[in-house]
Design a protein around this ligand. Structure first.
Ligand code: FES
Length: 155
C-alpha cells in the first residue's frame, strides 16, 4: 500500500473515531485491522488529528505489544507462549515452527507468506498448546499438525 493510501485510511478512521472518548486506542486497532499494521508514517497524522504529541502516540503504540509497526507477512501466525501452553510443550512447538518456517518470532518468512508472532493466551488454555493463523484458532497443536496447517495455508 502506498503512502497516499495510508493517509486516506487514517483520514477516514479519524473522521469516524477522533471524537470518541479515549479515541486513540480504537483508532490504532482500526488502523491495524485495516492495514495489518500501524505504519510509523501514520503516527504524525494521528497525533495531529487527536491533538496529541507524536511522542504520546508513539508511546502508546510501543507500549501495547498487540500493535505491530512493520508490514506483516501475508498471513500472521500467532503462537501462544503463556503458562498453560508452555506446560503442554509450547516452547518446543515454537522451536519447531521457527525451524520449519526459517524465521524467528517477530520475523517473517523469506517469501513474505507468514509473520511469526508470540501471543499471551488465546483463551484455549484447556486445549493447549494453541495458535492462531489469521483469524482462525487451532488447539492441541503438534509439530505434525503444524506442518499440515502450514502446507495447507501455502496452497
Ligand atoms: S495459555 Fe495458551 S491459550 Fe491460554
Amino acid at each position: 500500500m502506498t503512502t497516499p493510501d495510508v493517509q486516506g485510511v487514517v483520514r477516514d478512521i479519524l473522521a469516524r473515531l477522533a471524537d470518541e472518548p479515549g479515541g486513540l486506542l480504537p483508532i490504532l486497532h482500526e488502523l491495524q485491522d485495516t492495514l495489518g499494521y500501524v505504519p510509523q508514517e501514520a503516527l504524525p497524522q494521528i497525533a495531529a488529528g487527536l491533538n496529541l504529541s507524536r511522542a504520546e502516540v508513539h508511546g502508546v503504540v510501543s507500549y501495547y505489544h498487540h500493535f505491530r509497526t512493520d508490514k506483516p507477512g501475508r498471513q500472521v501466525l500467532q503462537m501462544c507462549r503463556a503458562e498453560a501452553c508452555k506446560s503442554m510443550g509450547a516452547d518446543a512447538l515454537i522451536a519447531h515452527a521457527q525451524q520449519r518456517l526459517g524465521c524467528k518470532l517477530h520475523e517473517q518468512t523469506a517469501d513474505g507468506a507468514f509473520s511469526l508472532e508470540p501471543v499471551f493466551c488465546l483463551g484455549l488454555c484447556s486445549s493447549s498448546p494453541a495458535l492462531m493463523l489469521g483469524h482462525t484458532l487451532h488447539a492441541r497443536m503438534t509439530p505434525a499438525k503444524f506442518d499440515a496447517l502450514i502446507e495447507e495455508a501455502r496452497s
